[in-house]
Design a protein around this ligand. Sequence first.
Ligand SMILES: Nc1ncnc2c1ncn2[C@@H]1O[C@H](COP(=O)(O)OP(=O)(O)OP(=O)(O)O)[C@@H](O)[C@H]1O
Length: 329
Amino acid sequence: MRHSGTVIRAQGLTRTFRRGKDVIEAVSAIDVDVRGGELVAFLGPNGAGKSTTLRMLTTLLRPTAGTANVAGYDVVDEPAQVRARIGYIGQGTGGGYSYRVLDELHNQGRFYHLPTSEYRARAADLMESLELTGLAKRKVQSLSGGQRRRLDVALGLMNRPPLLFLDEPTTGLDPQSRANLWHHIVTMREHYGMTLVLTTHYLDEADNVAERVVIIDHGRIVADASPATLKRDHADDLITLQVATGDGTIVREALLGFPGEITVDPGADPAGQVRARISTIHGDRVLPAAIERLRDHGLAVQAADLKKATLDDVFLNLTGRSLREEARA
Ligand SMILES: Nc1ncnc2c1ncn2[C@@H]1O[C@H](COP(=O)(O)OP(=O)(O)OP(=O)(O)O)[C@@H](O)[C@H]1O
């Protein structure tokens, strides 16, 4: 995807909330720049400040401090200009319950003052590409979660925004619906060359879909890079080898000077094998080389396992907590 100039520039963006006597700093002095055409995911646990950030960038919430320029306009001083240039798909916002699906899309077109022929054509197009065609006359309240989410996305795309914000677009959907919805969103993006900014707490989603992941925790950005760079800089692959010997010392000696952090169990397990672990950033390359090195020392590897670094490992290394566990809590 071709990237153009800066479409979002946030500096020192901060939002506090009062809850009784307490002041909660939901977002603390965030600096972030997004270039045209980027696909950026804000990843973080519940309550990290993702939605609050998005709500400020989309003019729905006034920052307590800091500035944000979105699509060339200031979110506080020029909210109407910002809104005219962006789309926003919130958490389960979208259609009114008693309306029919196609009417909802047409209403959205009228809201944006599109000519009748244009909004009808766009609605038909979106109905087809988001697999809503058979649901045109169905009331929104009768849709399933996945259908509803697809309608939300269609509504957000009616004005063909060059910059689209999606707040947890796939939360609550089953894996198949999530995959389908992503396919649609990514296709739309390629079609219209949109910039996408989204929030998610699904690690695999951020890893597979986003070109850039901004990890947010307790209202602060703790890392901001591509998934591959984040994993390279903040996590290791883990290789586990089962070696056919009863003596850990010779395994350790055979692997001496090998790249990565090596731990070897001193003695054999009940199966008569010694277990060696290698923590490294290049698991794919190190694994066969380690097997070869051991073979050169007359040691046979009975089983080998490679656990690739994940964004959860990155989050764990940066914050000391697991995002996976937090998501379950
Ligand atoms: N209107 C509000 N009043 C008081 N506190 C709020 C309000 N909105 C958000 N907060 C608090 O601000 C913090 C950040 O919330 P936010 O919704 O931005 O997190 P999030 O990362 O989007 O989480 P989630 O994944 O659960 O949506 C939380 O502690 C939340 O309780």
